[in-house]
Design a protein around this ligand. Structure first.
Ligand SMILES: Cc1cc2nc3c(=O)[nH]c(=O)nc-3n(C[C@H](O)[C@H](O)[C@H](O)COP(=O)(O)O)c2cc1C
Length: 181
């Protein structure tokens, strides 16, 4: 063991990792989608997810005013859209329309679920906590959805240039793909 720079240590441990998309909607305006690497299950009864959203994100503004959101787990068919939602802000672009993201009505609210995702969870924020330059929003799952295709692969954030993984898209320091059989 040796002391090392925080960023170098984190780089070593952080991939491959799951990806999520949080869909939120302001009162007047289209639903917006943010790509998230920082999310986790936090309770079984009731089921809950926590998401960590940067203070500067457009999604942060929306999630602070509308307590409902949808947490979608992207499939491999959403590799490009997941990258775009992580690189563009909803302040400048209507991501659902511009990136051709297929949606479906949800049960609880007018926030859509994502039709090509492996899973969708309709959540209601029950608490939030400031964590440095992010806020952790904790949502209770009200309804869960899964894709009809049982074999649809979940999209992962993978190490760049590692041939154990099947790379689907790469931009800057991000690569997305799935684990080869
Ligand atoms: C792979 C990946 C993971 C990301 N994870 C997070 C995250 O966990 N939390 C966060 O606030 N931003 C994360 N981002 C950055 C946001 O997705 C990005 O800033 C996005 O443009 C914000 O959109 P918005 O302004 O419409 O909310 C991630 C981006 C990528 C590409």
């Amino acid at each position: 063991m040796r002391h090392s720079n925080y960023a170098d240590v984190v780089k070593r441990i952080s991939r491959p990792s799951g990806l999520a998309l949080a869909v939120s909607k302001p009162k007047d305006g289209p639903a917006n989608i943010i790509t998230l690497g920082w999310f986790m299950r936090t309770s079984i009864k009731p089921p809950m997810f926590a998401i960590s959203v940067g203070l500067t994100r457009h999604s942060h503004e929306i999630l602070s005013e509308n307590r409902n959101f949808v947490l979608a787990i992207p499939s491999v068919t959403m590799a490009e859209q997941t990258m775009q939602c992580g690189l563009e802000s909803g302040r400048n672009v209507d991501k659902i329309t511009e990136f051709g993201i297929k949606t479906q009505h949800s049960t609880l609210t007018d926030i859509p679920i994502l039709a090509d995702a492996v899973a969708n969870f309709e959540c209601k924020t029950i608490t939030q906590v400031r964590s440095g330059d992010h806020t952790i929003f904790v949502g209770e799952v009200k309804y869960s959805w899964q894709h009809d295709d049982e074999n649809l692969e979940q999209l992962l954030s993978i190490p760049i240039n590692d041939d154990r993984f099947n790379e689907l898209i790469k931009k800057g320091s991000y690569a997305f793909g799935f684990i080869r059989d």
